[in-house]
Design a protein around this ligand. Structure first.
Ligand SMILES: Nc1ncnc2c1ncn2[C@@H]1O[C@H](COP(=O)(O)OP(=O)(O)OP(=O)(O)O)[C@@H](O)[C@H]1O
Length: 254
Protein backbone atom coordinates (compact mmCIF):
# COMPACT_ATOMS: atom_id res chain seq x y z
CA UNK A 1 0.00 0.00 0.00
CA UNK A 2 1.23 3.50 -0.81
CA UNK A 3 -0.30 6.36 1.16
CA UNK A 4 -0.05 9.77 -0.46
CA UNK A 5 -0.72 12.63 1.94
CA UNK A 6 -1.28 16.19 0.78
CA UNK A 7 1.45 16.20 -1.89
CA UNK A 8 2.29 19.60 -3.34
CA UNK A 9 4.79 19.98 -6.21
CA UNK A 10 5.65 23.18 -8.06
CA UNK A 11 7.94 24.05 -10.92
CA UNK A 12 9.18 27.65 -11.17
CA UNK A 13 6.56 28.81 -8.68
CA UNK A 14 3.69 27.12 -10.56
CA UNK A 15 1.85 24.44 -8.55
CA UNK A 16 1.42 21.32 -10.65
CA UNK A 17 0.22 19.00 -7.85
CA UNK A 18 -2.06 20.89 -5.48
CA UNK A 19 -2.38 18.78 -2.36
CA UNK A 20 -3.03 15.20 -3.54
CA UNK A 21 -4.20 12.73 -0.90
CA UNK A 22 -4.98 9.14 -1.86
CA UNK A 23 -4.14 5.50 -1.17
CA UNK A 24 -2.84 3.05 -3.77
CA UNK A 25 -3.90 -0.36 -2.56
CA UNK A 26 -1.92 -3.61 -2.46
CA UNK A 27 -2.96 -6.31 -4.92
CA UNK A 28 -4.94 -3.84 -7.03
CA UNK A 29 -4.55 -1.98 -10.30
CA UNK A 30 -4.61 1.68 -9.22
CA UNK A 31 -5.18 4.01 -12.18
CA UNK A 32 -4.31 7.70 -12.48
CA UNK A 33 -6.39 9.32 -15.20
CA UNK A 34 -6.86 12.89 -16.38
CA UNK A 35 -6.44 15.17 -19.34
CA UNK A 36 -3.08 16.01 -20.83
CA UNK A 37 -1.24 18.34 -18.45
CA UNK A 38 -3.32 17.38 -15.39
CA UNK A 39 -0.24 16.14 -13.50
CA UNK A 40 -0.29 12.34 -14.00
CA UNK A 41 3.35 12.01 -15.02
CA UNK A 42 4.54 14.38 -12.31
CA UNK A 43 2.59 12.28 -9.78
CA UNK A 44 4.18 9.04 -10.99
CA UNK A 45 7.67 10.58 -11.04
CA UNK A 46 7.10 11.91 -7.50
CA UNK A 47 6.18 8.39 -6.36
CA UNK A 48 9.36 7.12 -8.03
CA UNK A 49 11.45 9.71 -6.18
CA UNK A 50 12.48 11.48 -9.41
CA UNK A 51 10.70 14.65 -8.22
CA UNK A 52 10.96 15.76 -4.61
CA UNK A 53 7.60 17.13 -3.37
CA UNK A 54 7.50 20.64 -1.84
CA UNK A 55 5.40 19.24 1.01
CA UNK A 56 3.38 16.19 1.97
CA UNK A 57 4.26 12.56 2.60
CA UNK A 58 4.57 9.38 0.55
CA UNK A 59 4.42 6.30 2.75
CA UNK A 60 5.38 2.91 1.29
CA UNK A 61 3.89 0.25 3.59
CA UNK A 62 4.60 2.32 6.69
CA UNK A 63 7.90 3.79 5.43
CA UNK A 64 7.81 7.56 4.96
CA UNK A 65 10.13 8.09 1.97
CA UNK A 66 11.34 11.50 3.18
CA UNK A 67 12.39 10.05 6.55
CA UNK A 68 14.50 7.19 5.10
CA UNK A 69 18.29 7.13 5.05
CA UNK A 70 20.09 7.03 1.68
CA UNK A 71 20.64 3.25 2.07
CA UNK A 72 16.98 2.65 2.94
CA UNK A 73 15.89 4.67 -0.12
CA UNK A 74 18.20 2.62 -2.33
CA UNK A 75 16.68 -0.58 -0.93
CA UNK A 76 13.17 0.74 -1.45
CA UNK A 77 13.95 1.61 -5.07
CA UNK A 78 14.87 -2.02 -5.71
CA UNK A 79 11.31 -2.91 -4.65
CA UNK A 80 9.87 -0.81 -7.50
CA UNK A 81 9.39 -2.18 -11.03
CA UNK A 82 8.76 0.31 -13.82
CA UNK A 83 7.16 -0.13 -17.24
CA UNK A 84 8.04 2.95 -19.30
CA UNK A 85 5.96 4.47 -22.04
CA UNK A 86 7.25 3.01 -25.33
CA UNK A 87 8.83 0.04 -23.46
CA UNK A 88 12.38 1.55 -23.36
CA UNK A 89 14.13 -1.74 -24.14
CA UNK A 90 17.87 -1.89 -24.78
CA UNK A 91 18.14 -2.26 -28.58
CA UNK A 92 21.49 -4.05 -28.46
CA UNK A 93 20.30 -6.76 -26.03
CA UNK A 94 18.08 -9.69 -26.86
CA UNK A 95 14.86 -10.44 -24.94
CA UNK A 96 16.59 -12.58 -22.30
CA UNK A 97 19.37 -10.06 -21.75
CA UNK A 98 16.90 -7.18 -21.41
CA UNK A 99 14.95 -9.08 -18.76
CA UNK A 100 18.11 -10.17 -16.90
CA UNK A 101 19.43 -6.60 -16.74
CA UNK A 102 17.95 -5.56 -13.34
CA UNK A 103 19.16 -8.79 -11.74
CA UNK A 104 22.71 -8.22 -13.04
CA UNK A 105 22.65 -4.54 -11.98
CA UNK A 106 20.97 -4.70 -8.60
CA UNK A 107 21.45 -8.20 -7.16
CA UNK A 108 24.27 -10.59 -6.39
CA UNK A 109 22.52 -13.59 -7.95
CA UNK A 110 24.64 -16.22 -9.71
CA UNK A 111 24.39 -16.77 -13.47
CA UNK A 112 22.39 -19.94 -12.84
CA UNK A 113 19.93 -18.14 -10.53
CA UNK A 114 19.53 -15.33 -13.07
CA UNK A 115 18.95 -17.80 -15.91
CA UNK A 116 16.30 -19.68 -13.91
CA UNK A 117 14.45 -16.54 -12.81
CA UNK A 118 14.51 -15.05 -16.33
CA UNK A 119 13.12 -18.30 -17.72
CA UNK A 120 10.35 -18.23 -15.10
CA UNK A 121 9.16 -14.72 -16.02
CA UNK A 122 9.55 -15.40 -19.76
CA UNK A 123 7.12 -18.29 -19.33
CA UNK A 124 4.80 -16.15 -17.19
CA UNK A 125 4.46 -13.44 -19.84
CA UNK A 126 4.27 -15.95 -22.74
CA UNK A 127 7.51 -15.07 -24.49
CA UNK A 128 9.05 -18.52 -24.62
CA UNK A 129 9.73 -18.58 -28.37
CA UNK A 130 11.12 -15.05 -28.44
CA UNK A 131 13.85 -15.29 -25.81
CA UNK A 132 16.77 -14.94 -28.25
CA UNK A 133 15.14 -12.29 -30.46
CA UNK A 134 16.21 -8.65 -30.58
CA UNK A 135 13.63 -5.93 -29.74
CA UNK A 136 13.54 -4.83 -33.41
CA UNK A 137 12.45 -8.35 -34.43
CA UNK A 138 9.32 -8.51 -32.25
CA UNK A 139 5.93 -6.74 -32.29
CA UNK A 140 4.97 -3.78 -30.09
CA UNK A 141 2.81 -6.07 -27.92
CA UNK A 142 5.72 -8.48 -27.42
CA UNK A 143 8.04 -5.58 -26.60
CA UNK A 144 5.56 -4.53 -23.93
CA UNK A 145 5.63 -8.08 -22.50
CA UNK A 146 9.43 -7.86 -22.34
CA UNK A 147 9.11 -4.52 -20.52
CA UNK A 148 6.66 -6.10 -18.04
CA UNK A 149 8.91 -9.14 -17.56
CA UNK A 150 11.90 -6.86 -16.91
CA UNK A 151 9.85 -4.82 -14.41
CA UNK A 152 8.78 -7.89 -12.39
CA UNK A 153 11.94 -10.01 -12.64
CA UNK A 154 13.26 -8.80 -9.27
CA UNK A 155 9.92 -9.51 -7.50
CA UNK A 156 8.93 -5.89 -6.88
CA UNK A 157 6.37 -4.91 -4.26
CA UNK A 158 5.38 -1.89 -6.35
CA UNK A 159 4.81 -1.76 -10.11
CA UNK A 160 4.52 1.61 -11.86
CA UNK A 161 3.37 1.77 -15.48
CA UNK A 162 3.38 4.92 -17.59
CA UNK A 163 0.80 4.66 -20.38
CA UNK A 164 1.41 0.91 -20.87
CA UNK A 165 -0.98 0.81 -23.84
CA UNK A 166 0.38 3.65 -25.89
CA UNK A 167 0.98 2.63 -29.48
CA UNK A 168 -0.85 -0.70 -29.23
CA UNK A 169 -3.94 -1.76 -31.17
CA UNK A 170 -7.09 -2.11 -28.99
CA UNK A 171 -7.00 -5.93 -28.87
CA UNK A 172 -3.33 -6.11 -27.86
CA UNK A 173 -3.94 -3.29 -25.38
CA UNK A 174 -6.55 -5.41 -23.57
CA UNK A 175 -4.21 -8.42 -23.51
CA UNK A 176 -1.47 -6.27 -21.93
CA UNK A 177 -3.91 -4.74 -19.41
CA UNK A 178 -5.13 -8.18 -18.42
CA UNK A 179 -1.55 -9.42 -18.01
CA UNK A 180 -0.71 -6.48 -15.74
CA UNK A 181 -3.88 -7.08 -13.70
CA UNK A 182 -3.22 -10.83 -13.37
CA UNK A 183 0.37 -10.40 -12.19
CA UNK A 184 -0.74 -7.66 -9.79
CA UNK A 185 -3.15 -10.11 -8.16
CA UNK A 186 -0.73 -13.04 -8.32
CA UNK A 187 2.27 -11.24 -6.81
CA UNK A 188 0.15 -8.92 -4.62
CA UNK A 189 1.92 -5.86 -5.93
CA UNK A 190 0.77 -2.27 -5.46
CA UNK A 191 0.38 -1.33 -9.12
CA UNK A 192 -0.03 2.30 -10.23
CA UNK A 193 -0.85 2.96 -13.88
CA UNK A 194 -1.01 6.29 -15.74
CA UNK A 195 -3.47 5.99 -18.57
CA UNK A 196 -5.48 7.83 -21.18
CA UNK A 197 -7.10 4.63 -22.37
CA UNK A 198 -10.78 4.40 -21.50
CA UNK A 199 -10.84 0.67 -22.24
CA UNK A 200 -8.28 0.26 -19.44
CA UNK A 201 -10.42 2.36 -17.13
CA UNK A 202 -13.42 0.12 -17.72
CA UNK A 203 -11.53 -3.20 -17.86
CA UNK A 204 -9.01 -2.95 -15.02
CA UNK A 205 -9.98 0.17 -13.05
CA UNK A 206 -10.01 -1.32 -9.56
CA UNK A 207 -9.08 1.97 -7.90
CA UNK A 208 -9.14 5.07 -10.08
CA UNK A 209 -8.10 8.63 -9.24
CA UNK A 210 -9.01 11.42 -11.61
CA UNK A 211 -6.72 14.47 -11.69
CA UNK A 212 -7.78 17.85 -13.04
CA UNK A 213 -5.31 20.75 -13.06
CA UNK A 214 -3.25 19.06 -10.36
CA UNK A 215 -6.17 18.35 -8.04
CA UNK A 216 -7.79 15.01 -7.28
CA UNK A 217 -11.42 15.60 -8.22
CA UNK A 218 -12.87 12.05 -8.18
CA UNK A 219 -11.93 8.55 -7.11
CA UNK A 220 -13.71 5.22 -7.37
CA UNK A 221 -13.68 1.99 -9.42
CA UNK A 222 -14.82 1.03 -12.92
CA UNK A 223 -18.35 0.20 -11.71
CA UNK A 224 -18.66 3.56 -10.01
CA UNK A 225 -17.26 5.48 -12.97
CA UNK A 226 -20.12 4.06 -15.05
CA UNK A 227 -22.68 5.49 -12.67
CA UNK A 228 -21.23 8.78 -11.53
CA UNK A 229 -22.76 12.08 -12.56
CA UNK A 230 -19.61 14.00 -11.66
CA UNK A 231 -19.42 16.50 -14.52
CA UNK A 232 -15.66 16.29 -14.94
CA UNK A 233 -15.80 12.52 -15.27
CA UNK A 234 -18.73 12.51 -17.65
CA UNK A 235 -16.98 15.12 -19.74
CA UNK A 236 -13.65 13.28 -19.79
CA UNK A 237 -14.54 9.60 -19.86
CA UNK A 238 -17.64 9.86 -21.94
CA UNK A 239 -16.31 12.22 -24.55
CA UNK A 240 -17.12 9.73 -27.32
CA UNK A 241 -20.62 8.75 -28.47
CA UNK A 242 -19.68 5.06 -28.26
CA UNK A 243 -18.73 5.31 -24.59
CA UNK A 244 -21.92 7.27 -23.85
CA UNK A 245 -23.91 4.43 -25.43
CA UNK A 246 -21.99 1.79 -23.42
CA UNK A 247 -22.72 3.76 -20.25
CA UNK A 248 -26.46 3.96 -21.00
CA UNK A 249 -26.54 0.23 -21.80
CA UNK A 250 -24.61 -0.70 -18.66
CA UNK A 251 -26.81 1.41 -16.39
CA UNK A 252 -30.03 0.00 -17.93
CA UNK A 253 -28.83 -3.53 -17.13
CA UNK A 254 -28.70 -2.77 -13.38
N1 LIG B 1 10.16 19.18 -15.15
C1 LIG B 1 9.17 20.09 -15.32
N2 LIG B 1 9.43 21.41 -15.24
C2 LIG B 1 8.46 22.33 -15.38
N3 LIG B 1 7.15 22.01 -15.57
C3 LIG B 1 6.83 20.71 -15.66
C4 LIG B 1 7.82 19.68 -15.52
N4 LIG B 1 7.19 18.47 -15.63
C5 LIG B 1 5.89 18.74 -15.85
N5 LIG B 1 5.66 20.07 -15.85
C6 LIG B 1 4.36 20.74 -16.02
O1 LIG B 1 3.44 20.12 -15.13
C7 LIG B 1 2.15 20.02 -15.73
C8 LIG B 1 1.66 18.59 -15.64
O2 LIG B 1 2.45 17.78 -16.51
P1 LIG B 1 2.33 16.21 -16.61
O3 LIG B 1 3.39 15.77 -17.57
O4 LIG B 1 2.33 15.61 -15.27
O5 LIG B 1 0.89 16.02 -17.27
P2 LIG B 1 0.18 14.67 -17.72
O6 LIG B 1 -1.13 14.65 -17.06
O7 LIG B 1 1.08 13.52 -17.47
O8 LIG B 1 0.02 14.91 -19.28
P3 LIG B 1 0.15 13.86 -20.51
O9 LIG B 1 -1.07 13.03 -20.43
O10 LIG B 1 0.16 14.76 -21.71
O11 LIG B 1 1.43 13.10 -20.33
C9 LIG B 1 2.28 20.55 -17.14
O12 LIG B 1 1.83 21.88 -17.16
C10 LIG B 1 3.78 20.48 -17.41
O13 LIG B 1 4.17 21.48 -18.31
Amino acid sequence: MIEVKNIVKSFDGKEVLKGITTTYETGKTNLIIGQSGSGKTVMLKTLLGVHVPDSGQIIFDGRDFAALTADERRDLRTEIGMVFQGSALFDSMNVEENIAFPLRMFTKKTNKEIKDRVQQVIERVNLVDANKKMPSEISGGMQKRVAIARAIVNNPKYLFCDEPNSGLDPKTAIVIDTLIQEITHEYQMTTVINTHDMNSVLEIGENIVFLKNGKLVWSGNSEEIMKTNNEDIVDFVYSSELLKEIRRFHNNQK
